[in-house]
Ligand binder design. Sequence first.
Ligand code: NAP
Ligand code: GCO
Length: 268
Amino acid sequence: MSKFSMDSFSLKGKVALVTGASYGIGFAIATAYAAAGASIVFNDIKQELVDKGLEAYKEAGIQAHGYVCDVTDEAAVQAMVAQIETDVGGVDILVNNAGIIKRIPMLEMTAEQFRQVVDVDLNAPFIVSKAVIPGMIKKGHGKIINICSMMSELGRETVSAYAAAKGGLKMLTRNICSEYGEANIQCNGIGPGYIATPQTAPLRERQADGSRHPFDQFIVSKTPAGRWGETEDLMGPAVFLASDASDFVNGHILYVDGGILAYIGKQP
Ligand code: NAP
Ligand code: GCO
């Protein structure tokens, strides 16, 4: 008799840590996890953002646990994971969501700026994964979901550091899969397309004459769905990858992009 049922998508009894989830994509994913039954834990770099996030979760009817922690600081991350274990329980599901982008032409970007982006978008997922994997091994299961990007596959002007980091994050995902699949830990990625969040707000700004930003028009013409993604579009895929229903999916990057990666683009 198949073990599959709709309960296979439930996250009941699970502790989910979503990094950088006071708002944006992380907040949406954490909200979906709460709806699927998980206990929600999130962090942000500033207390006022953690407080804002706790308010927002409360308004959504979610009793979340918030921690101030810079994900690039290994000692702080180790301490946060230990505190979560005491306060809530061992982490069953980790979403490495915290991320930054700097849109600067490569020849104008300093090495320090490049390092800052790689530090948050690639080194930090390594640091946080390293902190939670021992507990997952002890539990005999674990789910790690890395928020990659279309820039894990494609480049574009001004995002050299971000694309390098997100390309590396794709391979870190595959390496965690390779190294810990045997411990029943599944590590997958989600590659969002262009999603309407604060991070992409500059690309959607109305022009002085009231017209749409050229990049906004470009993305809509390149996306078969003919629209920007919303954070809600990521909720179902994120629940799937965190649930028992994906126990044999490992090392996979699930692109949630409205088809943009498959499409050459509308003829002008
Ligand atoms: P966002 O609105 O800029 O939110 C990013 C979150 O990460 C913020 O809460 C931010 O907190 C937090 N964060 C940044 N640096 C941190 C650090 N060192 N320690 C802890 N938290 C930190 O971004 P988003 O659009 O929701 O994107 C979330 C993830 O999806 C990112 O990894 C991004 O690269 C990826 N992504 C986004 C899109 C898109 O179109 N939006 C598409 C593909 C992938 P602060 O506000 O305090 O900085
Ligand atoms: C950009 C955008 C993209 C999106 C996302 C696409 O400047 O091109 O910010 O990088 O954030 O990563 O998947």
